[in-house]
Design a protein around this ligand. Structure first.
Ligand SMILES: C[S@@+](CC[C@H](N)C(=O)[O-])C[C@H]1O[C@@H](n2cnc3c(N)ncnc32)[C@H](O)[C@@H]1O
Length: 207
């Protein structure tokens, strides 16, 4: 079942929710892993309200921000009024609205555990990278907090790092590394009876 209605519903609250889940350090580490340079172009996939995009723009990187949810993109557009260098596009994991070989970096934060087929989504992100371009994924390590599936519509209970490594390699990336981000994602179930603390990984590779 699609998780789009869920994200449409929470769009206006997403920034507050996000702050309670994980910190800005996650995006700082993602950008550092890519070694972003001013004047380059990046894609932020599953951009939400622009957590990664905001940091990229501050570094002088132009961004194509893609999300399946119009409501998320609308919330993001409100925040980015007057800010140059962001191209907002409605799009789906399997068919990103970007030509092949066109971006220097592709980022996806807390997106992979929401897609139906992770390998397919990774291959599609690799397709849009220029040769030499870098993919950086930040997402959840494998966990057993079932309430995240029922309450937050997660499709995947995080991932084994060896699976992520294999998918990036199978998608054609070189210099693949999947490492600990030294950050956690924290969430409480609606009954208040379950507290999730899940470690976050950073996966990267070069086309
Ligand atoms: C957990 S939010 C993360 C948003 C943002 N990256 C952040 O870090 O705040 C996941 C986002 O991915 C989007 N998304 C989920 N599945 C998608 C898909 N199949 N295609 C495109 N976007 C998707 C959702 O609409 C949502 O905005």
């Amino acid at each position: 079942m699609s998780n789009k209605p869920y994200f449409d519903d929470v769009a206006d609250e997403w920034d507050q929710m996000r702050k309670s889940f994980f910190s800005e350090a996650v995006r700082e580490k993602a950008l550092a892993t890519a070694g972003v340079q001013r004047g380059k172009i990046a894609a932020d996939i599953g951009a939400g309200t622009g957590f990664i995009t905001e940091a990229l723009v501050n570094e002088g990187v132009a961004v194509v921000a893609i999300d399946q949810s119009e409501a998320m993109l609308d919330a993001m557009k409100k925040k980015f009024v007057g800010i140059q260098g962001v191209d907002f596009r409605l799009g789906e994991a399997e068919n990103l609205p970007i030509p092949g070989d066109s971006v220097d970096y592709a980022f996806a934060n807390m997106y992979l555990h929401h897609v139906e087929i992770p390998l397919k989504a990774i291959k599609e992100m690799v397709r849009i990278l220029k040769p030499g371009g870098k993919l950086v994924l930040t997402d959840l390590d494998e966990h057993d907090y079932d309430f995240l599936r029922t309450e937050q519509h997660d499709r995947w209970m995080g991932f084994k790092r060896e699976d992520v490594n294999r998918w990036l390699t199978e998608a054609g990336l070189k210099a693949v590394v999947v490492d600990c981000a030294d950050e956690d994602c924290c969430a409480q179930s609606s009954c208040g009876c379950d507290d999730a603390v899940i470690s976050i990984f950073i996966a990267s590779g070069q086309k």
